[in-house]
Design a protein around this ligand. Structure first.
Ligand code: C5P
Length: 288
């Protein structure tokens, strides 16, 4: 397994993304890994089409509603959060926000501006000026379909670098909050419940055993005909988890009022049901 393949295994590739035209189902690269042969839940291999979730309109300043209910789903790589977010949004008929895409779009803008990711000011200015449109599972920037482009490994790497900068995070904050539209929003990422939507009605921290996540990714690679070393995958996942959890700003951490859901031994259907049950219980508690 080459370094590039290993990196791709951890961070996901074009074809693994729901917005990728060639992807047979709706999910995100890091969340969609099918179950491994060794008894992992097979339901994780076939998510629901993204088209079933409502399209959120991302244009800033166009009237996000603070009263609209939000369910946040944060969690580490390959925990299944993108898939679960899509499925929950579909079930409720709500909008969905893939916050990682905004960091990737910023990275693409930086790259196109000739930047190398060394200027926080430049990246923040580009993040503020992003002209993006999410429609029908495709993502357009300045009118161009960049759905595939932003899934490139180099863009993912640049995204994680620019995402560590306070000015970039703050430039994207209002844009993310603008996805909050009636009848509701399911937002997935790393800081949805802690920073972006601290008043969310329901906060989920979707976790999964790192060994299980590595096995899912391993199976995904095998299915693509790429041989992968499980212990390398495990090592890389651990390293990425540590980077996400240890960063100074908006680190990957469960919000104090989040419910932790462990998807290690549960399939997609069970996990979606769990989230929907939590949502129903919360709604009933509010009415009572
Ligand atoms: O989730 P995805 O891999 O598309 O995210 C790309 C990068 O954006 C991640 O590596 C992460 O560093 C950053 N990100 C973030 N906060 C979010 C979502 C993504 O810092 N809410």
């Amino acid at each position: 397994m080459t370094a590039a393949q290993r990196a791709s295994a951890i961070h996901g590739t074009d074809e693994q993304h729901p917005n990728h035209p060639a992807h047979p189902a709706a999910t995100r690269p890091d969340e969609s890994a099918p179950a491994a042969a060794s008894g992992l839940p097979t339901q994780f291999s076939r998510p629901t089409p993204a088209a079933q979730a409502r399209e959120a309109k991302p244009c800033p300043g166009s009237g996000a509603d603070a009263g609209v209910p939000v369910i946040t789903i944060d969690g580490p790589t390959a925990s299944g959060k993108g898939t679960i977010a899509q499925r929950v949004a579909s079930a409720l008929g709500w909008h969905v926000l893939d916050s990682g895409a905004l960091y990737r779009l910023t990275a693409l803008a930086v790259q196109r501006a000739g930047g190398d990711g060394s200027s926080e000011d430049q990246a923040a200015a580009l993040a503020r000026a992003l002209d993006v449109c999410f429609k029908g599972g495709s993502i357009r920037m300045d009118g161009e379909d960049v759905t595939r482009l932003i899934r490139q490994e180099c863009i993912g790497n640049l995204a994680s670098r620019v995402a560590a900068w306070p000015a970039v995070r703050s430039a994207l904050l209002a844009r993310q909050r603008d996805f909050r539209r009636a009848p509701g929003l399911v937002a997935d990422g790393r800081d949805m419940g802690t920073v972006v939507f601290p008043d969310a009605t329901l906060k989920i921290f979707l976790d999964a055993n790192v060994a299980v996540r590595a096995q899912r990714r391993h199976k995904q690679l095998k299915d693509k005909g790429i041989s992968a070393n499980l212990s390398d995958l495990l090592e890389d996942l651990r390293a990425r988890d540590a980077r996400d959890r240890d960063r100074a700003l908006a680190p990957l951490v469960a919000a104090a009022d989040a419910v932790t859901v462990d998807s290690s031994h549960a399939g997609i259907d069970d996990t979606v049901r769990q989230v929907l049950d939590l949502w129903s219980a919360r709604g009933l508690a509010r009415q009572g």
